[in-house]
Design a protein around this ligand. Structure first.
Ligand code: TXA
Ligand code: MG
Length: 349
């Protein structure tokens, strides 16, 4: 398939290009587009045949439901009810990086919800995304625009790398502002429950529901027989080609431990990549050290994480060692993605 690529200036949107991409959606095609979290791979959420193409292009298992992206606040056509706490979340955080799980209406096809009776729904905070959804005249179902299993794309080059030739249209904008996917909060249960941590943190949501909690399987390695509430949680995710190991604990001990492990690998003829921070990057005795940014700026770390994970794939690295982060505020989301990319291989420093 031939893929058309168009890069837009987010400050001065070319409406003709948006209209052209919207026509592709209307005709049942698939379009990559930017959002504030990560790039999405979109199709008309209400068109079963179109949605099927998303699963094919990504190589995504069909039991993994899609999030639908809306361009206005009237979500009543797509859901049965909106509980009060969900209304409050929408009022405070939309457009923005939080997806609500709600009981779905008949209008949302089973292909989109992967046969679940619920649907994930969010309004992205990105002008290209919003204009595209409005011009398409329908909600857009979109997973992250990566080949299944790879780190999500936060820039248009990564989307081209994964999906050129597999989709109809790639609409590029700026690099994703947040860099990690939206928080997913299940609003069909009481208290509400976080199924995927993101930039809207549990600490922030506690202001709206003091009992909100993070699903335990988000933070610890799931058991073999575990049945996840977000089906996507059971698949290996965010994984570079080389295995990732997280070294976690006191930062001085972490540095010493990483240096010790590096030495051991080098002695065995292996090439190691270290994921560090601005504060620590000079302290490693290794050729390949990439900094995620400053520990004092977790937003920057989250924004850079997937790009850094992807960058090792072209480097012939045998193993990747990464510093851990405190699991609070945005650090919870960062550690969740790291743990999944490492398959929960964590070494205490
Ligand atoms: O930030 C984001 O959410 C990005 C951008 C493109 O909006 N999208 C994204 O979609 O991350 P995806 O498909 O890569 O991840 C969606 C996750 C999956 O783990 C899926 O299992 C879960 O959301 N999910 C979707 N619908 C669900 C539902 N009804 N119940 C439980 N989990 C659901
Ligand atoms: Mg994804």
């Amino acid at each position: 398939m031939e893929t058309k690529v168009a890069i837009l200036n987010e400050q001065k949107l070319d409406k003709n290009i948006i209209e052209e991409a919207a026509q592709v959606i209307k005709k049942g095609g698939v379009v990559v587009f930017p959002t504030e979290t990560v790039y999405g791979l979109g199709a008309n959420a209400l068109d079963e045949e179109a949605v099927k193409k998303i699963f094919v292009a990504k190589g995504r298992p069909q039991d993994n439901p899609l999030i639908i992206h809306v361009g206005d606040f009237n979500i009543s056509p797509y859901v049965k009810t909106v509980p009060t706490v969900a209304k409050e979340i929408i009022k405070r955080y939309w457009p923005g990086p939080i997806t609500l799980i709600l009981e779905k209406s008949e209008l949302v096809p089973m292909m989109t919800s992967a046969k679940l009776s619920t649907v994930g729904i969010r309004m992205p905070a990105n002008d290209i995304a919003i204009e595209l959804i409005r011009a398409a005249g329908a909600p857009i179902a979109a997973p992250s625009a990566n080949i299944s299993g790879r780190p999500s794309p936060t820039d248009v080059e990564s989307c081209i790398e994964d999906l050129n030739g597999k989709v109809d249209y790639i609409l590029g904008g700026e690099n994703s502002e947040v860099g990690l996917e939206s928080t997913i909060v299940d609003c069909t249960v009481n208290p509400i429950c976080i199924l995927r941590p993101g930039a809207i943190t549990v600490e922030m949501l506690r202001e709206l529901d003091e009992n909100v909690y993070i699903d335990p399987s988000v933070l610890t390695k799931p058991q073999e027989d575990f049945k996840p509430k977000a089906p996507g949680m059971k698949y290996r995710h965010y994984a570079p080609k080389a295995p990732v190991k997280i070294i976690n604990g006191d930062i001085e001990k972490t540095i010493a431990k990483i240096n010790e492990i590096v030495l051991n690998y080098i002695e065995h003829g292996k090439k190691v990549g270290v994921i560090a921070t601005d504060e620590t990057k000079e302290r490693y005795n290794n050729d390949v050290v990439i900094s995620l940014g400053s520990r004092a700026n977790l937003s920057q770390i989250g924004k850079n994480l997937f790009k850094v994970l992807r960058s090792f794939d072209t480097m012939n690295i045998d193993v990747i060692l990464c510093e851990g982060f405190n699991e609070q505020d945005f650090g919870t989301a960062i550690m969740n993605r790291l743990k999944k990319s490492a398959g929960f291989d964590i070494i205490e420093a």
